[in-house]
Design a protein around this ligand. Structure first.
Ligand SMILES: [Zn+2]
Length: 207
């Protein structure tokens, strides 16, 4: 389990890299973390093997040190790809996750199997139609919910990793963040029954 250093946090902030794009690659071979990142839509790995020049441990999915060569960041952040922006919820974890996928069912299965936020009862609450620039919309929704962000843990292949993309908030907060992030007229489909959505009301963890 790797932790971001203060210098790395400052670097990420300076380059406007949303923490939800990060993947904890500690203890994995580069082919493993690259494959896993692609599967779950992550852009940058931390806790990688140190770069040859300066010993940095932040890399793009292609393995380049982004601290030595920040020009790799813009390339990795091409947000033009189409996808569905989704809201998942966990009642036991009192957690909300907003992300992008091209295939919702398999993403939900992955999130459940990785026990995001130590929870395995993740279920889809809402999803947009397929839209262009889905990554950009996801980042905008994250930005709106920033005050509710919580650091969680996930598990892969028996190892614990840190995730920075979970929120502890009412479903209505998440829904309105998504509504204000999408282009006007975008369809957002509700994926859960009304009783389930009601259970996600007032779910915020005590501070
Ligand atoms: Zn470097």
């Amino acid at each position: 389990m790797a932790k971001l250093s203060e210098a790395q946090i400052q670097f990420l902030k300076a380059h406007k890299i949303d923490p939800s794009l990060l993947y904890d690659a500690s203890g994995q071979s580069s082919s493993d973390w690259r494959g896993a990142m692609k599967k779950i839509g992550k852009k940058f790995a931390f806790g990688t093997s140190p770069c040859g020049a300066e010993g940095h441990t932040l890399r793009s999915r292609h393995g380049h040190c982004i601290q030595c060569d920040p020009s790799r960041i813009a390339y990795a952040l091409r947000f033009s790809k189409p996808g569905h922006v989704y809201i998942l919820g966990s009642l036991t974890g009192k957690l909300i996750k907003i992300g992008v996928t091209t295939e919702l069912a398999s993403r939900v299965a992955n999130v459940v199997s990785m026990q995001y936020g130590n929870a395995s009862d993740w279920q889809p609450l809402a999803v947009t139609e397929k839209i262009n620039g889905a990554g950009k919309i996801e980042a905008a929704a994250h930005n709106i919910l920033e005050a509710h962000r919580v650091t969680g843990k996930s598990c892969r292949a028996g190892e614990t990793h840190i995730t920075y993309e979970l929120y502890s908030c009412d479903y209505n907060n998440a829904k309105s963040a998504l509504e204000s992030a999408v282009p006007e007229g975008t369809k957002i489909f509700t994926k859960a029954s009304q009783p389930v959505l009601s259970a996600f009301k007032g779910l915020e963890r005590a501070a």
